[in-house]
Design a protein. Structure first.
Length: 398
């Protein structure tokens, strides 16, 4: 049995140093991860621009009670083409190019117009209410580093930088296999000794944002021959990752390990020092990564969150494969922990000093209802002597 950290280190060591890249148009890029830095293709703004509706002026000319003569208008998409000289001003709108000769903008609220004579109640400083050329970014600037997840705002930034296409990491293709004689598909009435299969309904949407495709190959019976055939078919397909649930423990009808060995899979480890999720298996066949997750629903979900998701992020080149984690105080004490790292279901609760995490009492690995009400997982270290309420802990949001 190896630690969580050792397991992740061994998996990460097998991954390519750089992700495989592909070029996508911006319309397809949201949610993808940059495989190369995003650089600016021009200055933004490309000219000195007004940040307000008002009047472009020469700041040195403006004095209270001394009107300036209005000589034209500058608006977005249609600049004032002349050149301002002493005592002149130009009506200007937000985003419009600053006229030649102007060095400040006065808000229209601070101006009084009497025909073409404009009097101002305030004297501006040079540069006031002006967005300088290149103030957002300059031509050639690195705007986003490699490994950045492209949110809608970041896609908009790429568009503003005049980059119609971006280089992103190719997402892996993943297949799911569920094993167990006791399982029936959703929608079918289970027999007296059966339960409804639920794991794939959690794992598919969990992995989907990080995968090119997810193939759910359905339920496979606990029969060595049938399981071997199903896994061989899955591994013969064009996939990068195979995730199975169930059959990974030491029971007489847990055939996963033998089936994988018979197919030439090189097993790296089996059993991991975490709870829930001890019977977790990992191996490779060629370039395909194989994760054998436990069958209990909470164990499958927690191991997928703690082990598989960081692997997917690492494959995509994200600099922090562990994702978002918080440091928050406990709302109630935790008892001492054993030799395995514990990932406890917990809810977020408001507190006078901010937000606290309340551990849920239910720790059974088959209790899916408690997972559904949890906001995340508290990480309790191995051999922890127990924690008092108020102790700050690591928390993985779900």
């Amino acid at each position: 049995m190896i630690s969580v950290d050792d397991a992740l280190s061994r998996i990460f060591a097998l991954l390519p140093a750089e992700p495989t890249a592909e070029t996508l148009s911006l319309t397809e890029a949201a949610g993808r991860v940059l495989a190369a830095p995003l650089t600016a293709g021009h200055n933004q703004p490309p000219f000195d621009a007004s940040a307000m509706d008002g009047y472009a002026v020469r700041s040195a000319d403006v004095a209270s009670g001394h009107p300036q003569r209005l000589i034209g208008t500058s608006q977005a998409g249609q600049r004032f083409s002349g050149m301002m000289t002493a005592g002149q001003c130009v009506r200007i709108f937000t985003g419009a190019p600053l006229p030649i000769g102007a060095d400040a903008v006065i808000m229209q609220e601070d101006a009084v117009a009497n025909g073409a004579e404009i009097t101002f109640s305030t004297a501006p400083s040079p540069g006031e209410h002006i967005r300088p050329v290149g103030g957002v970014f300059a031509d050639g600037d690195t705007l986003l580093p490699s490994g950045t997840l492209l949110t809608p705002a970041r896609v908009a930034l790429a568009a503003a930088a005049n980059r119609p296409k971006v280089l992103v990491a190719r997402r892996p293709r993943l297949s799911l296999v569920t094993t167990g004689d006791e399982l029936v598909p959703v929608g079918r009435r289970p027999g007296p000794d059966q339960i409804v299969s639920s794991n794939s309904y959690a794992l598919s949407p969990l992995f989907a944002p990080l995968c090119e495709s997810i193939s759910d190959l359905g339920i496979v019976r606990d029969d060595l021959g049938i399981l071997t055939t199903a896994l061989d078919r899955a591994l013969s397909g064009d996939i990068d990752i195979l995730v199975t649930t169930g059959g990974a423990s030491v029971g007489e009808r847990d055939y996963l390990q033998q089936a994988l060995l018979d197919l030439g899979v090189e097993l790296d480890f089996w059993k991991i020092s975490m709870r829930p999720g001890k019977p977790l298996m990992f191996g490779t066949k060629g370039k395909t990564l194989i994760f054998g997750l436990p069958g209990n629903p909470v164990s499958a979900f927690v191991t997928a969150t703690v082990i598989v998701l960081p692997t997917l992020r690492k494959l995509l080149g994200q600099p922090d494969p562990f994702g978002t984690r918080y440091r928050l105080p406990l709302a109630a004490p935790l008892p001492a922990n054993g030799i395995r790292r514990h990932f406890l279901r917990a809810r977020l609760e408001p507190a006078p000093g901010g937000t606290e995490v309340m551990p849920l009492a239910e720790v059974d690995s088959g209790h899916l209802a408690s997972l559904a009400t949890a906001d995340g997982l508290i990480i309790q270290p191995e051999n922890d002597p127990g924690m008092a309420a108020g102790t700050v802990v690591d928390f993985i949001p779900l």
